[in-house]
Each structure stands twice: as C-alpha cells, then as structure tokens.
Design a protein around this ligand. Structure first.
Ligand SMILES: O=C(O)[C@H](O)[C@@H](O)[C@H](O)[C@H](O)COP(=O)(O)O
Length: 282
C-alpha cells in the first residue's frame, strides 16, 4: 500500500477508536461514520479472525445470518481479501435459516450464495446449508446432527464449559424488535437449553417457519459480532447495550452474552443514536 494511503488509514483508525468505546460486559462497540467504513472494518475483522483461527486450528468455522449483514460483508470479495484470505479453510454455517427451498427469494442460503459465496473460492462441500426438503423440525434435527459430526472431527471446536459447538465466529443482524438469528422476543425458544439447533413455526416476521441456533450455542462461540445499521434499530441497540435495568433483560439481543468469547457490535451512527454514551456524541 502507498505510504499516503497507509497514513490516511491510520488516521481513520485513530478517529474510529476515539469514537468507539470499549464497552464493559456488553462487549466492544465499534461505531462507524458510514456504511462504507463499517463494511471495511467488518471485512478486516473477519479476515483477522480467519487468519488467527486457521493459524490455531487449521480451519475457520463461521456462521452467517440473513438480512443486510450479507451485503455489508461484500468487501471480502474484493482486494486485498480475495487474495489474502485462506478460503479453502473456511466452513460456512447459518445461525438461522428460513425453511423454504434453497432457490426461494426468502432463503438466507440463496442471499449469501448470490451475494457472497459465489464470488469467493470456497470449497462447495464446506458450505453447510440446511436440508430444504424437510419439515422445520426435521431440518433443525438434521442440522444439529451435521454439526455434531463436524464437532467430532473438530472442524467445529467444542466449548470446554457447555459441551456446545464453539464456532470461531457467529455473525448476527438484529431486527428493530431486538431479535437475533430467529430468536424473537417473548418466544419460548429463548429458554431452550438442551438443543443446539431448534425450530419455530410462528415467526413474528415472515416467513413463519425457521430453524435457529439456540442461545447456548451463540454464547459458546469464540467470537460473536452483531451488525446493526439504521435508526429503526436505535431503541433496541440502547436496550441491548446500555444499563437500562431489568426491562431490557428479555430482549433477545441482550441475551447474547458469550461466556468466554468476545462480543463486538458493529454500528453506524443512526443505530447508535440512542446509546447513553457521551463518547458517541459529536
Ligand atoms: O431471517 C430474517 O428474517 C432475517 O434474516 C433477520 O433475522 C435479519 O437478520 C434481521 O431482521 C436484521 O435484518 P436487517 O439487517 O436487514 O435489518
């Protein structure tokens, strides 16, 4: 990289660090001036975790979600990442999936395949999407079985504390209602402690049938990143991150609390606009 470009990047980084605050027990908050800056930081973050994981374990097990997250990961397909990331070591999973055919417009797999995976040299057999010819319940059981086999062979690591799979990185979006993966507010699946993957047939956001990682799996990951943009999410971001008392405790995004892993929030300014943090004000 040219020296001037290096300098510019360093200045940007310092500015960003000044804007972002290390955020005690709710994780690290990374606040971004623009979606472009957020997506550059997100690509850097994922590439760094991939490198560290491949160095340590020889593989990188990453779980995706749907929504705007996929578009915000697009820079991974461009230089320098297209050349520097060790794509052959990536294993892809979904933290949640809509129970629809893989070629359906609602499919999270299709979204990621069209927008990302088809542009990355990932080994097709490393892409673990759900079986779309089953009922939601069967698909959840089947997906858990697939993950169990990969835990046995250590493609997916295992948590020393919970016996759950320990994904190297779980990427989540968040809805304005504070849902993450397909864990919606007040739903009984929030209490699921035994299964790794479960299903719902009554999602408050269509389509109704989904499978989802459970909270114990999300909270056993080595790294969890929640990527949230736009002012419609500002209130939920406030409840998920700030110390607002017991009312917020039932918010699914607030229940994302990795036991040993690291939690990072990637926010743009509108999403962060209701955070009680003086360092975020202009
Ligand atoms: O399955 C779904 O309905 C979506 O994948 C959903 O869970 C999404 O991840 C969040 O609602 C955030 O979406 P946006 O980032 O697009 O707002």
């Amino acid at each position: 990289m040219h020296v001037e470009a290096h300098k510019k990047r360093a200045v940007k980084l310092i500015e960003r660090m000044a804007l972002s605050g290390a955020c005690n027990h709710r994780g690290e908050v990374r606040l971004h001036e623009s979606l472009d800056e957020l997506s550059t930081d997100l690509a850097d973050y994922i590439a760094e975790l991939s490198e560290a994981s491949v160095k340590e374990r020889g593989v990188f097990a990453i779980a995706l979600s749907g929504g705007s997250l996929v578009g915000l990961m697009r820079k991974l397909c461009d230089a320098p990442f297209n050349k520097t990331v060790d794509w052959a070591k990536w294993y892809i999973f979904w933290a949640d999936e809509r129970v629809v055919a893989k070629n359906h417009a609602d499919s999270n797999y299709k979204l990621a395949k069209d927008g990302l995976l088809s542009k990355m040299p990932i080994i097709p057999s490393h892409v673990h999407s759900i079986n779309d010819s089953m009922t939601a319940e069967e698909a959840a059981n089947d997906y858990e079985f697939v993950i169990r086999q990969l835990v046995k062979t250590r493609v997916v690591s295992v948590s020393e504390i919970s016996d759950c799979p320990k994904f190297d990185l779980i990427l989540l979006g968040m809805g304005p209602d504070g849902h993450v993966a397909s864990l919606f507010p007040n739903h009984s699946v929030l209490n699921e402690r035994d299964e790794w993957v479960t299903f719902i047939t009554d999602s408050s956001k269509p389509p109704p049938e989904r499978i989802t990682f459970t909270l114990p799996v999300i909270n056993s990951a080595s790294n969890v990143a929640v990527v949230v943009t736009g002012d419609s999410k500002a209130e939920a971001v406030h409840l998920a991150i700030d110390d607002v008392g017991p009312d917020s405790l039932s918010l699914p995004a607030r229940m994302v609390q990795p036991m040993k892993g690291k939690l990072v929030w990637f926010l743009d300014k509108p999403a962060a606009s209701k955070l009680d943090r003086s360092q975020f004000s202009e």
